[in-house]
Structure formats: C-alpha cells, structure tokens
Ligand binder design. Structure first.
Ligand code: SOE
Length: 401
C-alpha cells in the first residue's frame, strides 16, 4: 500500500457524489495502487446539508464554496459531481490551478463549453495534469470484456449496434420541475443524461465512432409543478393553492439512427418515459462472426453468439463475467460471486489513480467526451431540422374505399 497520497476535493454530493464517495472510500482497500486517495473535502452550497453529507459520505471537511478547494494546496484532484451548468467553470478553474480533474458526464451543456474544457485539459496535460470523464459503464467488467471480444475479432465486421437506455422516473406529470428538466441547468434531457452513456459505451466497445445521425426528440409533458423550494409554497400547499408550474425545456426522449466509422448502422433510444423500466441499459452488437449483448440489469453476464460454432448446439451462450482473468474481477471475490452498479465507480477511480501515478492519460478523456457532445448536438440539430423526416399522408376515406 503506497503512503503517497492523492488528495481529493469533490464538488456536489447528490447521487453521483454519493457514488463517487463510495468509490474513493473503497478503491485503495480493494486495489493495490501506487497512490492512496484521501477524501479531504466536499463542497456544496448549503452549510448544514454539505456538512451532513460530508460526515455521512466520509469527507474530512465540508465547505460552501468550490473555489476554496481549488485554492488549497493540500488538494491534488477535483471531482466534479454537479449539474452540467457548472462543469465548465469548475473543471477549467481546477485544470488551470494544476489540479487533476474527474468530471461527471456529460462533459458539458454545449459543444462550445466542451471545446473550452478539452482545450484546457490539453494545455494542463503538458504539465502532467490529468483529466477524465465519468462514463462509468465502461468499467463494468462485462462491458470491458465485450470490448476485448470485439478487439480480438470474435464478432468480425460490426454490422449493427442497437442501444437503449430506458427510465421512467418522470412519467407522472406531477413530478416537479427539477434541474434535470431545465435546459439552462442540464443542457438537454434524456439525450444528454442517459443518451450520452450509450453513445460513449457503443463507441467504446466497438472502437468505432459515430459519423452521422438522424434523430427525433419529444417532450411529452411540457409543464410541471415547480419544486416546493422554488415555488415558495409549502410542499403540502396546505392552503389548497395550486403550486406554480414552469416549462420543461429539455427532451423527455430521444431516438436516433447513426452510421459507424466501420460502415455499420446503429440505433439508439434514450427515454425517461419507458414506463416500468427503471434503469434499463442494453447494448447489442451484431457482427459478421457473432453477436454479443450486455444488459445492465444482469451486469455480471454477457450473452455471446459465436457464428463460427456449427451444428445443433449453436446459440447464444451466457457468460458469467466473474472469473479472475475478466477485467477488474481479480480484485474482488472468487468466481461466481457477483458485483454491482457501484463497483463500476471503484474501477473508474482505480484506472484514474493508476493513470495519474504512471503519468499516462486516463480514458475517457475530455477529447473523447467532446466527441460525445458533438454527437448529442448533432442529434438535437437533426431533430430540430426534421432532416430526413418524410411524413406519411393520412389516407382519406375515399382513398380507402
Ligand atoms: C439519472 O438519469 C442518472 O442518475 C444518470 O445521471 C446517471 O448517469 C445514470 O448512470 C443513472 O441515472
């Protein structure tokens, strides 16, 4: 166990902050690494809330201004776990101060911001400062294994990729207008929040890039009640006053098709209105020699179809990705003892610490995430332009007669 520390400051402490904190607490207890992460301080806007979160999540101190973390010389890395509207300012300030950065996905709320961030990361890299983006699903062992199978040619030429990321947490029209539903804070809706994951993941496992898209987006519920704290009303609105409402300014769902740099075709679906689906991410890759399927709800498994196998036994096999020689698994339990969603974040921190210690660039980089941002932007522009959209004339009665 190294005694040299990697001193971390985290900004934000909600869902991703909690997931990252779990990983910072765990990583050096599972992996033998050249650096030991120390959880120096967490920053948040509300004094009492960030102090409570810091104590619960394992941070030594809590502050109410993220700029304090960047000014401190006892912090080496800034972990950005805030809504997208602050990624750019915080990450660039940290990089300019010579601090490594881990930034949650999507990188930014716009291509312009993403470009600024990628440029800042390139400049900082000259001084040995590293930057990485939190596309954590790359670090699920079955996903990393799928990438290996493709890279080893086991699927042959990639013909089709189909990826869905399905949630349903806002199907109730009374769900309040939280920050993820506001463009100025989130940049986009399902497209940037969960669509970014399947764009990155499919490019990662295939080693190919999306070269063009045609897409549709939709906002099914366009007006929602303001959150109690925003509307100034008590949560109960006990006086019977109907809570104020506000406009939803992002997509609820996005579907798009794409061409891949290797010549294949891909389809993507990212929605928060797939009623009954809670966090259903599924990727299928069809190649000339075989196919593979990853399903987050069975994240320890990979379905594999080997077209080179002849005879009646040919079919999809279910590979349990828990052997010691599967990615990351040697650090955990004996084969068959499965891991969970949170382990992908621990693997993410492992790879980041390893890169910083060895002076190499962690992946995905800000440049990788800029490319994802370009895809997201292209989908939005395609949807807005209605490009490639051919309406179907509604048949008139006499035409049917
Ligand atoms: C909400 O959609 C969310 O928390 C995403 O922001 C995460 O990136 C995803 O992994 C789980 O769902």
């Amino acid at each position: 166990m190294s005694t040299q520390e990697l001193r971390v400051g985290m900004v934000g402490y909600a869902f991703m902050g909690a997931a990252h904190s779990q990983a910072w607490r765990t990583v050096n207890r599972v992996f033998d690494l050249p650096l030991r992460a120390s959880m120096v301080a967490v920053a948040g806007r509300h004094t009492a809330k960030v102090a409570a979160a810091g104590a619960r999540l394992g941070w030594a101190e809590s502050v109410t201004d993220w700029r304090e973390l960047i000014a401190r010389d006892d912090i080496d890395l800034i972990d950005v776990c805030t809504p997208g509207d602050s990624h750019c300012e915080i990450a660039i300030a940290a990089l300019r101060a010579g601090k490594h950065v881990l930034c949650e996905k999507p990188l930014a709320n716009s291509v312009e911001e993403a470009r600024f961030m990628a440029e800042a990361a390139s400049r900082a890299r000259i001084h040995g400062v590293r930057a990485m983006v939190g596309f954590n699903y790359r670090r699920v062992p079955a996903v990393a294994f799928l990438r290996q199978l493709v890279a080893d040619g086991r699927l042959g030429e990639i013909r089709h990729v189909r990826a869905v990321y399905l949630q349903d947490w806002i199907t109730d029209p009374q769900f309040p207008l939280v920050w993820r539903l506001q463009r100025d804070k989130a940049g986009s809706g399902a497209l940037g929040d969960i669509g970014a994951h399947i764009v990155d993941l499919t490019q990662y496992v295939t080693g190919e890039q999306i070269t063009g898209v045609s897409g549709l987006t939709e906002t099914f519920v366009r007006e929602r009640p303001l959150p109690a704290e925003a509307s100034g009303l008590s949560a109960s609105t006990g006086n019977g006053v109907r809570p104020a409402t506000g406009p939803v300014t992002v997509d609820d769902a996005a579907v798009f098709v794409a061409r891949l740099s290797g010549g294949g075709l891909a389809s993507y679906e990212a929605t928060r209105f797939a009623t009954g689906r809670k966090n259903a991410l599924r990727v299928e890759v069809n190649g000339s020699l075989g196919s593979a399927v990853f399903d987050l709800e069975r994240l320890n498994e990979l379905e594999f179809y080997d077209a080179t196998v002849r005879g009646p036994q040919q079919g999809f096999s279910r590979i349990l990705v828990t052997e010691a020689d599967h990615p990351y698994m040697s650090a955990w339990w004996p084969a068959g003892h499965i891991i969970g969603y949170e382990h992908s974040f621990t693997h993410q921190m492992r790879d980041l610490i390893e890169a910083i210690a060895t002076g190499t660039d962690p992946a995905p980089s800000f440049d990788d995430a800029l490319q994802v941002q370009l895809v997201l932007d292209a989908v939005e522009r395609s949807a807005a332009a209605g490009s490639g959209w051919t309406p179907i004339a509604v048949p008139t009665i006499q035409a049917l007669a």
